[in-house]
Design a binder for this molecule. Structure first.
Ligand code: ZN
Length: 401
């Protein structure tokens, strides 16, 4: 059992929005909450009082991966093996999901938002992660999503048809899921370099999903790429747009106005660009992937400038996208796009928690203690992010208090 009172002393820290770099700070944590943050290194005094002290270089809120699929294994890149993985019995898929959540926490990712699985394994891991002493990252679960019959998304969503079935399904799913996942479009046709299918839902139907979820106290997140789907998602006011490839300025302006957040998930496309042999892409298709990634980076920077809320999610579980580790690569994509490091880390910490409705999204006196201790400041050495000394996910009791 974790000691109820302990201290963390660091040379500098990040509260989720601001970088505190004016000398050491001492954090006193009691029963899962930050009791006090005091300037200076009070290690000796704290130790004299019998309080355990964790000494490190840098403290920041635990990282949040806003888009994962726990039951999928991103390390497996062979298409045949990936298909076989999905055919395993429920127990084995659940064990795979547990391993994903464990690996995420090892990387300093204390919270993941699972973007859907058809078995509800994500809801089960969410419960297991709340147990005292659990070594799993906390889970915010999209449970089972909603999609149009005979369209993309069967591994993570149930079919809906008319308005009645949308209302019925969303209301039922809202009982178990933290957010309602909507599969609004299919996937990108990389050979064509475009999203070629029609959106699965029109504006009116998408609004019905958003409004029904809201009546049930739930936010929505929409799997969506391509101009037509994005225009619908932004105008319908979904909580967040996931992926959002082929973004445009007009849609970003509507998103800023309607408070629609964006999780751009560079990782799966970047993997296929960097390892075309894994899929067997032609030189022409690799060119398409590069063009898509470059346009995505431009629009990420534009979104930041327009004040769109940015989340950071990897789509871990996708081919080549490994739970936990992929988050550092996604951070690299944000930095390559020209975002400042502080804004990037905010997307990976406080912005996500605020978007999820956590009562206190930053490291501050009185807030739940959800943090990762690093050996050095990532503002000095970015690679320090990849070497967490220790991660503390929020304690259930402190969060629900
Ligand atoms: Zn996904």
């Amino acid at each position: 059992m974790e000691q109820q009172t302990f201290a963390v002393v660091v040379d500098s820290w990040f509260d989720g929005e601001a970088h505190h770099d004016s000398g050491p700070a001492s954090f006193l944590v009691r029963d899962g909450r930050i009791e006090a943050i005091t300037a200076g290194d009070h290690s000796e005094d704290l130790a004299r009082r019998g309080i355990a002290v964790h000494r490190g270089g840098f403290l920041m809120p635990g990282l949040v991966d806003a888009h994962v699929h726990l039951f999928l294994d991103g390390a497996t890149v062979d298409a045949k093996l990936r298909a076989e993985h999905l055919k395993q019995p429920l127990d084995q898929l659940t064990e795979a999901a547990r391993a994903s959540a464990r690996q995420a926490l090892t990387c300093g990712v204390t919270l993941v938002r699972d973007a859907g699985d058809r078995h509800g394994i994500n809801n089960r891991i969410r419960a297991e992660a709340m147990a005292p002493g659990s070594d799993l990252a906390r889970v915010r679960s999209g449970g089972l999503g909603v999609k149009r019959a005979k369209r993309y998304g069967a591994f993570m969503a149930t079919d809906v048809a008319d308005a009645d079935s949308i209302r019925r399904s969303v209301t039922e799913l809202a009982g178990a899921n933290d957010e309602i996942k909507l599969i609004l479009t299919g996937i990108i046709d990389f050979d064509a370099g475009a999203v070629t299918d029609e959106p699965q839902f029109d504006l009116e139907e998408t609004r019905l999903v958003v409004d029904t979820a809201r009546e049930c106290g739930r936010n929505t997140f929409a799997h969506c790429s391509g101009a037509r789907g994005l225009a619908i998602a932004a105008r319908a006011g979904v909580g967040s747009i996931e992926h959002g490839f082929f973004m445009d300025r007009g849609t970003l302006e509507v998103m800023a106005e309607n408070g629609v957040a964006w999780t751009p998930t560079f990782a799966p496309v970047h993997f296929q660009w960097a390892h075309p042999e894994a899929v067997g892409w032609s030189a022409n298709t690799v060119g398409n992937l590069r063009r898509i990634l470059d346009a995505h980076a431009e629009h990420l920077l534009l979104a930041h400038q327009l004040g769109v809320t940015l989340l950071l999610g990897t789509d871990a579980g996708s081919m080549g996208v490994e739970h936990g580790r992929a988050l550092f690569e996604e951070i690299d994509r944000y930095l390559e796009a020209g975002l400042p490091l502080a804004a990037t880390l905010t997307a990976a910490t406080a912005a996500a928690r605020r978007h999820f409705g956590c009562d206190d999204s930053r490291l501050a006196g009185g807030a739940p203690f959800d943090a990762v201790l690093l050996p050095a400041s990532p503002f000095v050495d970015l690679a320090a992010l990849r070497r967490p000394m220790r991660a503390w996910p929020a304690q259930a009791a402190a969060v629900s208090a």
